[in-house]
Design a protein around this ligand. Sequence first.
Ligand SMILES: [Zn+2]
Length: 259
Amino acid sequence: MRIIDLSSPVDATGWEPDPIVHRIMTPAEGAVHMSEEMKLHFGLEFDPAELPGGELLSLDTLTLTSHTGTHVDAPSHYGSVGTYGTPRTIDQMPLDWFLRPAVVLDVTDVGIGTIGADRVRAELERTGHDTQPLDIVLLHTGASRFTGTQRYFTDFAGVDGPATEYLLDLGVRVIGTDAFSLDAPFGHMIREYQETGDRSVLWPAHFAGRRREYCQIERLAELDRLPPTGFRVACFPVRIKGAGAGWTRAVALLDEETV
Ligand SMILES: [Zn+2]
């Protein structure tokens, strides 16, 4: 079996709308810290120089949103009320949604804007994939080439409401994208709303989750390395209690025969 990493990193040096704070306590600093804690809490004297190399263990402290890097959105992210009941948080989602056969749709030509249901249907047919309930559908928009830059948050394509409903009708419950959002860029949606007065163009992919429970994987990477179909995706979200999303190390699992 071959494993392809589909995740983008949590990288405090990259541009983020909500900047990441990543503080690293080095192993040497960890030794001093431990010595101070021992004295403070237990009255014990310990010279950190007695440790091999004068080092103990490192410690990372991060401040970041659960939507940083590759992550899975839970239904509770889309709104507090669903027509089906209370939308579930990420820790409540069934794990068997997140290890499934997958198909990748090539929509790299769209650039910036909206992908409709006809296009999604045509691309799905082009792959020859026989979509079963709970299969994972990935949208390869090409936006991940801007990962780490400000452009990643403005220049991408997302699906509209009918395209989302089309996939949900097939029984799909996890839809992934290599873009910042499964919806079109904020500016694009708001301009369209101001021109048409049609509220259904505002976050249609996310709000579809208020009618039917489903998850999105956002900020995937390396989708160009995948065959259209014939592989599985594993994207188990981190179990953050009560959260609307969880980070994931999304990977594709390819049986040797399909490579
Ligand atoms: Zn998200």
